[in-house]
Design a binder for this molecule. Sequence first.
Ligand code: PHE
Length: 460
Amino acid sequence: MAPGRSKFSNKFGFIAAAAGSAVGLGNIWKFPFEVGKGGGSAFLIIYLLFCFVLCYPILVTEIAIGRRSQKSAAMAFRPLGHPEWSIIGILGVFCGILILSFYNIVAGWVLGYFVEMLLGNFEIGQHFGEYVNDIAEVGGYTIAFLIATAYIVSQGITKGIEKASKILMPVLIAIILVLTIYALTLDGATEGIVFYLIPDLSKLNLNVIYRALGQSFFSLSLGLGALMTYGSYLSRKENIVSAGAMITVADVGIAFLAGLMIFPFVFSQGIEPEGGAGLIFMTMPGIFESMGPTLGIMIGSLFFLLLAFAALTSTISLMELPVAYLVDKHKVKRKNAVWYAAALIFLLGIPSMLGNGYSGFFTNFITYIGAEKPVNFMDFVTDVASNTLLPFGGLMVSIFAIYVWKRRKLFRELSHGHSSFPKTFIAKYIGFSLQYICPLVLGAIFVITILEIFFGVKIF
Ligand code: PHE
């Protein structure tokens, strides 16, 4: 252990924080609408495959790199003897800042909706478009959320990140279970479940694969060094392989539950599930309204509280990326670093905030070559940062681990806290996936999607 480096107090603290990072708006807000867009279960199957075959081995590797080097993402490659790879860590920090800039705005909407639900204002769902354009209001909630995030991160690893996650995660799991059980009792639940679970493989195309891949990396907080950074605060006593499995199962499990909750709600109202980013913001308030005022207020505010908690444990891990960079690299005091990062993130978020209108520069921000319609700034950042750069980061991590750092050293690090690891089946599985499947699949999808999605080259 590097002397003086903060540590999570135990395995549970680490898992709470890392699962907290993974479980977020990605699971409860983004996952259902991506499933909706990707034709339901076709998307689900591809997503699950990616999570277990590609992401889990990369997740374990990221944590191992962080723990071995005792440094946050941007600095982690140097102590392992490969400073030229730092570029990957720096790209990760950059990606984290970009993702947080828009993520925080959606978290602001969530906070605002929580208040509206408490006030019984169910009409809000029909005015989502106007709501997100109310820059003063959305901006206020966004700043509030950013301050909450910054405050927790400023308190450090154990007293800030770990403590918040240990409180928020169990509450979140309790809320989602209650809401899912309730949703399953509604009329229309079966239709929702059929849409969600019965595969229609005719819906499968490159775009679905591209989005499912981005979603799996985004949802597991992979490819940008967030878990590398958390790994650098993990003790050598702990078993990364089993902790990583728990984090993956928790994340996938909660995304799966979120689908089981949302689709019955959506179908019970006869709504089309292809609503895009606004899906839950537009449809859920009406659903809560139909429950009658008292129950509606209760379930409605509980739902948005769930989202806010999920978002918070993710925003703190995103903010920890630039903060740990400033602390580790430039010896900035944590308490100051947090506010520099917050200010930068807020400024970068402004175009995303402005781009959700019906017109304007950031709304029709860019039209990819060969595409029919322009995308707004937030979608553009999502495509670049989460759908493209995260899988690319994962690709680089897998290549680094096996071909540069070498499997032997990776396995040695994974054996701390799990001495029989190299002899297990799981070791072969992780090694095989990192050596062959990740580079091939991620490499191929990276090249194909850049050409097809951004440059309109027709390959399939
Ligand atoms: N995993 C988070 C979510 O699903 C988002 C996130 C991405 C957090 C990358 C950290 C790093 O909402």
